[in-house]
Design a protein around this ligand. Structure first.
Ligand SMILES: NC(=O)c1ccc[n+]([C@@H]2O[C@H](COP(=O)([O-])OP(=O)(O)OC[C@H]3O[C@@H](n4cnc5c(N)ncnc54)[C@H](O)[C@@H]3O)[C@@H](O)[C@H]2O)c1
Length: 437
């Protein structure tokens, strides 16, 4: 069975590689020539644990190849997975231009049946738009070729993507034909042997499931951040509250961590897009509007705490930042809270020294030389008036605090992820601030 995966980003590259691992022949397609040239040489454009080895292994076995030309492989494949980006448009709705470009390329070049599978996160109704765009191109050519559409949203987490794809909680598939269901069943059969569930449903429900899942998780984060902010005001401890409610099986322990707001390439844009879908359908998504507002405020919280420690006099202060990516185990900085904070610090006239185990190059690509890129966590702390922990990489969990203190000008730590112990920090002479207690 041969399939094409279009878009070799975080989702497409992982999808293609994992399908190849289960014995399928995969051709990964991307319009970014540099990316494809690098991949052909075995250079992986993103950091994702375990991905590099798996790509190399499957390239060697001949099951995984790369091309910039979708046209050239359409005659050979049974299915085309579309995993191109769907970034937010100016008004917050999902920008479908890449998806529709792929659809038109398929319509212009299709010579036999194919199943088009939409893996990107797209609003309800997009599959129909894709179907229409393909059909319009086929009509222009005056050819009668059947094809099907399936929706197969992806739930992998960056940083754990390989494991999530190979051992998912569930696979959601939206179909409206038996033929499509048969192909999708065949494709996911190797994963089904491990007893996980493929949930078949209609296409609009499948498209909505992805937005509902991400919005629910974002809601939990904003909810806990609100509770944390109230805890600070009433003398409660959010960490205790989290254990207290997380042990209720109706609630569960995951996604209950207070912090500096959610970021990344998915939650912010998907919450915005669902609010927009509501608007376009005459329905106000009030909960999600609040989720977004709370999150925007939360991203500035650590800056406000810093400012109050220094009575608003931040000009000329040196601030160390540990962690840049929006979460550990990824180099992804899309919508990372670190970017908001760095901006605020620079605006306030601070000198900023940053360190991240993986995301330094990505940060430099995004913000250039406006900050100092430190060689390690201690170098970042050198001469700092305050240190901010923004991403909970393992490397930051137990630093040698004496060494940090020796480097710093003032012993001030702002912990945006609640990973340090207040008592220990204060006993070591640090001014310590965290979230929610
Ligand atoms: N990143 C995640 O953790 C994650 C998880 C689940 C779902 N998703 C969704 O999956 C989709 C892809 O996300 P991503 O993070 O992998 O994006 P990405 O930006 O990392 O990659 C998208 C790729 O598509 C390529 N592309 C754009 N137009 C193309 C075209 N016409 N033909 C071929 N390639 C083209 C780009 O060059 C890029 O390499 C999005 O809809 C996203 O919301 C992402």
């Amino acid at each position: 069975m041969k399939i094409a995966v279009v878009g070799t980003g975080y989702v497409g590259l992982v999808t293609g590689t994992c399908f190849a691992e289960t014995g399928k022949d995969i051709v990964c397609v991307d319009t970014n020539k540099e990316k494809i040239e690098a991949l052909k040489k075995g250079i992986i454009p993103i950091y994702e644990p375990g991905l590099e080895d798996m790509v190399h292994r499957n390239m060697k076995s001949g099951r995984l190849s790369f091309t910039t030309s979708l046209e050239s492989c359409l005659d050979e494949v049974e299915a085309v997975f579309c995993a191109v980006g769907t970034p937010p448009d100016e008004d917050g709705s999902a920008d479908l231009r890449y998806m529709l470009e792929v659809a038109r390329t398929i319509g212009r070049n299709l010579n036999k049946y194919v199943l088009v599978v939409i893996k990107s996160t797209v609003p309800v109704g997009t599959s129909e738009k894709v179907r229409k765009a393909i059909q319009e191109e086929l009509d222009k050519r005056g050819v009668d070729i059947t094809f099907d559409i399936a929706s197969n949203p992806e739930f992998l987490k960056e940083g754990n993507a390989i494991n999530d794809f190979m051992n998912p909680d569930r696979v959601v598939v939206g179909v409206d034909s038996e033929r499509a269901q048969t192909i999708m069943t065949k494709l996911y059969k190797p994963f089904m042997l491990n007893n996980f569930r493929v949930i078949f449903m209609d296409i609009p429900s499948s498209e909505m499931t992805k937005y509902a899942a991400n919005s629910m998780l974002a809601t939990r984060i904003s909810f806990m951040n609100e509770i944390a902010n109230l805890c600070e005001r009433v003398g409660a401890d959010i960490n205790m509250v989290r254990s207290g409610i997380g042990s209720d099986t109706r609630i569960g322990r995951k996604f209950l961590y207070a912090g500096i707001g959610y970021g990344g390439s998915c939650f912010p844009k998907d919450v915005k897009a669902l609010i927009k879908t509501g608007e376009q359908n005459g329905y106000q998504m009030q909960v999600l509007e609040a989720v977004e507002n709370v999150n925007e405020k939360q991203k500035g919280l650590l800056f406000d705490k810093l400012s109050s420690i220094f009575d608003g006099h931040l000009e000329g202060k040196t601030i160390a930042i540990w962690g840049l990516s929006f979460k550990p185990e990824t180099d992804d900085m899309r919508e990372a809270p670190a970017l908001v904070l760095i901006d605020k610090l620079l605006d306030a006239g601070c000198n900023v020294r940053v360190y991240d185990p993986i995301a330094m190059e990505e940060c430099e690509r995004k913000i250039g030389d406006s900050v100092y890129y430190a060689s390690d966590l201690y170098d970042a702390a050198d001469g700092a008036n305050a240190l901010m922990l923004l991403t909970e990489w393992k490397e930051f969990r137990s630093p040698v605090w004496n060494k940090v203190a020796d480097k710093m000008k003032q012993k001030v730590v702002l912990d945006g992820r609640n990973i340090y112990d207040r008592k220990e920090m204060e006993e070591s002479g640090f001014i310590y601030r965290c979230i929610g207690y």
